[in-house]
Design a protein around this ligand. Structure first.
Ligand SMILES: *[C@@H]1O[C@H](CO)[C@@H](O)[C@H](O)[C@H]1NC(C)=O
Ligand SMILES: *[C@@H]1O[C@H](CO)[C@@H](O)[C@H](O)[C@H]1NC(C)=O
Ligand SMILES: *[C@@H]1O[C@H](CO)[C@@H](O)[C@H](O)[C@H]1NC(C)=O
Ligand SMILES: *[C@@H]1O[C@H](CO)[C@@H](O)[C@H](O)[C@H]1NC(C)=O
Ligand SMILES: *[C@@H]1O[C@H](CO)[C@@H](O)[C@H](O)[C@H]1NC(C)=O
Ligand SMILES: *[C@@H]1O[C@H](CO)[C@@H](O)[C@H](O)[C@H]1NC(C)=O
Ligand SMILES: *[C@@H]1O[C@H](CO)[C@@H](O)[C@H](O)[C@H]1NC(C)=O
Length: 308
């Protein structure tokens, strides 16, 4: 397998095929704002004490783990490589595209099933304070992979998910995958250093406000059309297809390698896409975990949680 690294300024970020770690934390903090009190309390019992019950703080663990010898088997669970031809033709076929050993869709399904059993253990009083690592890992993987699956280049096989596609961003030579993992989120938020890994950043709390006020061009309740954790392959495939479609509609159709993507309009045009994908990831993660803890909610109950 390829071992890749992303440089942003002078910071070496250990992971290459994932939103930057701090973006994962922020998606988790956004999702927490949609949790019911019961979800917060049950999930808090699954995590090891170092996370202080916070899914957001735990949401970046999977990248570090994938880069250990022990966790290397999970490295390929962070994406699905399609066999299509962006930007001319985008198509994702779960059965054909999911690699032997697993992909982001199968990993979401597998860990969701494990997580459901773990939640049952907490509810019966058989598990507390992160003492079952299978359970803690399942929650941390689900929180992480629902983020990854919304990054367009985690659902595309061209140029190893854009990792071998060289581009220029802000005078720096980098690759397209890194542009979508980090450069564009930082550009969108107008920040020059990583986001907090301890609490929600204003850029992301503004996205939560926009979700609650229905200020996206597609209504947030429509993002929840597949959020029943008992059909995880179906839901995760539909989310991956949305990501994959962006590869034809923008990521590869507008990219250039002879101009600076930070100033030629590419980054500006990418901002609403990144904001939408991050917001979908967070709302779906919050809803997915609520549904696992207390059963699938009706559309009106989901609507109430959004608008709270
Ligand atoms: C841990 O969580 C509790 C309850 O949410 C909070 O009051 C406390 O400040 C947190 N501690 C740390 C170290 O973040
Ligand atoms: C499912 O999860 C278990 C526990 O994490 C892991 O050992 C197994 O390899 C996974 N299977 C698949 C197909 O992902
Ligand atoms: C941990 O949780 C898993 C998943 O529910 C379960 O199969 C396993 O038996 C648990 N381990 C212990 C030691 O309770
Ligand atoms: C890129 O380099 C040019 C020329 O050195 C400089 O004027 C410009 O400010 C730089 N842009 C960024 C985003 O650093
Ligand atoms: C971005 O931040 C810089 C400095 O932090 C500030 O001067 C600038 O006005 C900001 N730009 C936007 C569009 O908010
Ligand atoms: C959180 O961020 C701080 C400061 O940016 C860093 O020192 C620390 O290692 C980070 N924690 C994790 C778990 O990544
Ligand atoms: C830029 O893209 C063109 C066409 O895709 C390719 O032939 C060329 O080698 C690329 N240039 C660089 C510097 O990567």
């Amino acid at each position: 397998m390829f071992h890749r690294a992303v440089f942003i300024g002078t910071t070496l970020l250990a992971s290459a095929r994932a939103w930057n770690t701090d973006v994962h934390n922020q998606i988790g903090f956004m999702a927490e704002t949609f949790f019911t009190p019961q979800t917060t309390s049950v999930l808090g019992q699954l995590l090891e004490s170092q996370y202080n019950g916070s899914v957001g703080r735990a949401a970046a663990w999977a990248d570090a783990y994938a880069h250990t010898a022990e966790g290397h088997f999970s490295y390929q669970w962070h994406w699905i490589d399609t066999h299509d031809a962006a930007p001319e033709y985008c198509h994702l076929d779960y059965t054909h595209d999911c690699a032997k050993g697993g992909c982001v869709v199968s990993a979401i399904a597998n860990q969701t099933r494990i997580l459901r059993e773990c939640i049952g253990q907490v509810e019966r009083g058989d598990l507390a304070r992160g003492t079952n690592l299978t359970c803690s890992y399942a929650l941390k993987w689900v929180a992480h992979f629902l983020g990854d699956i919304h990054q367009p280049l985690h659902a595309n096989g061209r140029a190893v998910g854009g990792n071998t596609y060289k581009v220029i961003f802000g005078n720096v030579t980098t690759q397209l995958h890194a542009v979508w993992d980090g450069y564009i989120p930082y550009f969108a938020a107008n920040v020059s250093k990583p986001f907090s890994n301890q609490s929600i950043d204003p850029f992301f709390s503004d996205l939560v406000t926009r979700i609650r006020r229905d200020q996206f061009y597609s209504a947030p309740y429509l993002w929840l059309s597949c959020t029943d954790p008992s059909t995880p392959e179906e839901c995760a495939t539909s989310w991956a297809r949305e990501s994959n479609k962006w590869d034809c509609d923008y990521v590869y159709s507008r990219v250039r390698n002879d101009t600076d993507l930070g100033t030629d309009g590419y980054a500006v045009g990418a901002v609403p896409i990144v904001e939408l994908q991050i917001s979908k990831a967070a709302l779906r993660l919050g809803t997915w975990l609520n549904n696992l803890v207390q059963g699938v909610q009706s559309v009106s109950e989901e609507q109430e949680i959004i608008e709270l």
